[in-house]
Write a protein that binds this ligand. Structure first.
Ligand SMILES: Cc1cc2nc3c(=O)[nH]c(=O)nc-3n(C[C@H](O)[C@H](O)[C@H](O)COP(=O)(O)O)c2cc1C
Length: 200
């Protein structure tokens, strides 16, 4: 898998926004992860895909041709949009040699590592030009430590679209509270309405 000539090893790094099409299916992240890891293994591509706060960050490494082909497929994929290329350049060695594609969902309640947590809320379009390098390092270390403590693969890839949409407004972990509050308020209003309509 890793016998590419060094001269032909490239990295392709981009960010994009999830679309309503992407959000409309609860299994979008699972679907992507499944196709991607199959294809990537076949094409000798390795890397990491990160989703959080409505954004994707993907770091990929492989031959220039394989990455160009993938980039073209990604540009046509309507589950995300506004693809912004952060880097497409030759590299000497792979950072993620073992992963055909590792997916990480970045949500505050999933992450206890304070360095990783410092990156949240995840807003990659606001990053300074080279911030992704720092981000990538943290992702690498984060995964290594997870492997050590054997917590790897709590694959938290399933999520629901309503939660994500609400999460964009109020923060993922507060979405549930918001729903409860709204329902509570409705009950109180209904009771008040019954009491008052009795009197008049
Ligand atoms: C955020 C995101 C990341 C993706 N990453 C990959 C990837 O690493 N490798 C891949 O082959 N497809 C990836 N895809 C899917 C491609 O856009 C495309 O749907 C897929 O490669 C088509 O493969 P198929 O012809 O085998 O169905 C990704 C899609 C999205 C939205």
């Amino acid at each position: 898998m890793h016998h590419l000539k060094v001269e032909d090893l490239y990295q392709f790094v981009y960010i994009s926004r999830i679309t309503s099409t992407g959000l409309s299916s609860a299994s979008t992240l699972n679907d992507i992860a499944k196709t991607a890891s199959q294809n990537n293994r076949k094409n000798h591509i390795t890397g990491v895909l990160c989703y959080g706060n409505g954004y994707f960050f993907q770091y990929l490494e492989g031959s220039e041709q394989a990455l160009t082909n993938l980039k073209n497929r990604l540009l046509m994929d309507d589950r995300h949009k506004d693809l912004q290329c952060l880097e497409f350049a030759a590299i000497n060695k792979r950072c993620f040699a073992e992963w055909s594609l590792h997916s990480i969902v970045l949500e505050r309640w999933l992450i206890s590592d304070p360095r990783a947590k410092a990156l949240l809320p995840f807003k990659p379009y606001h990053w300074a030009p080279d911030k992704w390098r720092q981000f990538l390092k943290i992702l690498q270390n984060y995964h290594k430590e997870q492997e050590k403590t054997d917590q790897a693969d709590v694959q938290p890839i399933k999520y629901n679209a309503l939660g994500v949409t609400l999460g964009k407004v109020v923060g993922q972990h507060q979405a549930f509270f918001l729903i409860q509050t709204v329902l509570g308020a409705l009950i109180i209003l209904t009771l008040l309405w019954f009491m008052l309509s009795d009197k008049f």
